[in-house]
Design a protein around this ligand. Structure first.
Ligand SMILES: [Zn+2]
Length: 329
């Protein structure tokens, strides 16, 4: 997979410029921000690392999660997602043109992964939290035609798209989904945790909504991932107030365990880290350190592939995934 398959670099740049403007327009007034404990472990041992778009990122000294603190209060954050030009732009300009490429490169492999991993759930009720265009559920339905699929999607526009695809739709924030406790065999949340004011609330709600023995599968960004560690505040993945939380495989597993889950796997299947760093270097966007510049200039394709394989294998990719199970009794 190439980074350019799933993101148009020019549109990406314009998007990030809009985010910077929105950050000032919506959160220039500090009364809209509040102090927060670590979103993974609740500790209050915050060590400031850098400021971006006016927001301070720092690390938890207990679990190493990287997070924005102070962060937008929940009301202003929701308002931001509904009204900000950058949120609209992401849907209309950024996502739509690459939606079909993303279906093929990201959502279909995800569905194949789930179907291979949990074949016994083929006739069960599956929910996707923050389902967006419903691409994951559509792809999973092709593999599991007898399953029951529910898109949990608060945006009216995207909920309508999911309905048109004949998916079940709950047009609410997951926290507000009532009357469905214990009804799902699998809940998925792709690229969602990094956006949330309080990830723990969502993870605990997922636990409630699952049947005993049900599974929670989430992907998010790891703050200990290669490209984020190398690029740090220059990383294009670090853009507040959209991306507030960068957990790591250990802190994400810890969060799931505290909510009551047994963690089956916390891994980093990502494959784009090296390309992201090399792309930044080629655009002259940031210094990446002498060794990585040397590798980019003089390293063979095989050397770069081996590096990426090592990053993925040893849980140092910025794309991470957790599979957690609600105990059966
Ligand atoms: Zn922590």
């Amino acid at each position: 997979m190439k980074e350019s398959d799933i993101r148009n670099p020019c549109i990406h740049e314009r998007y990030l410029e809009l985010v910077r403007e929105d950050a000032g327009a919506f959160f220039g007034d500090s009364s809209r921000l509040e102090d927060t404990p670590c979103p993974a472990c609740r500790a209050r041992k915050f060590r400031a690392e850098f400021v971006k778009f006016g927001f301070t990122y720092g690390s938890c000294e207990d679990c190493r999660t990287l997070y924005v603190n102070p962060r937008p209060k929940i009301g202003p954050l929701t308002d931001f997602y509904v009204k900000s030009p950058s949120s609209r732009f992401w849907v209309e300009e950024f996502f739509k043109p690459v939606a079909e490429a993303r279906r093929e490169k990201m959502f279909r492999p995800r569905a194949q992964h789930v179907a291979g991993l949990l074949p016994d759930l083929a006739r069960e009720t599956i929910g996707d939290i923050g389902a967006g265009y419903g691409l994951f559920l559509e792809e999973l339905r092709r593999l599991w035609p007898e399953g029951n699929f529910m898109a949990i999607e608060p945006s009216p526009e995207m909920a309508a798209i999911c309905r048109a695809k004949k998916l079940g739709v709950a047009e609410v924030m997951i926290e507000d989904l009532e009357g469905a406790d214990g009804s799902f065999a699998l809940l998925t949340a792709f690229e969602l945790l990094e956006h949330l004011h309080t990830p723990e609330t969502m993870v605990r709600k997922a636990f409630q909504l699952l049947k005993p023995g049900g599974y929670f599968l989430a992907t998010t960004l790891s703050g200990e991932g290669f490209d984020i560690q190398v690029l740090w505040e220059k990383s294009r993945s670090v853009f507040p107030p959209h991306h507030l939380n960068f957990l790591n495989p250990d802190s994400l597993a810890g969060l799931c365990r505290r909510a009551g889950f047994d963690v089956q796997a916390a891994e980093t299947p990502g494959v784009l880290d090296w390309q992201i760093v090399e792309g930044t270097l080629q655009r002259n966007e940031a210094e990446v350190g002498r060794f990585w510049a040397t590798l980019s200039r003089n390293g063979s394709a095989e050397a770069k592939q081996d590096l990426q394989a090592w990053i993925t294998k040893h849980r140092f990719s910025s794309h991470m995934r957790v599979l957690a199970q609600k105990p059966s009794s």
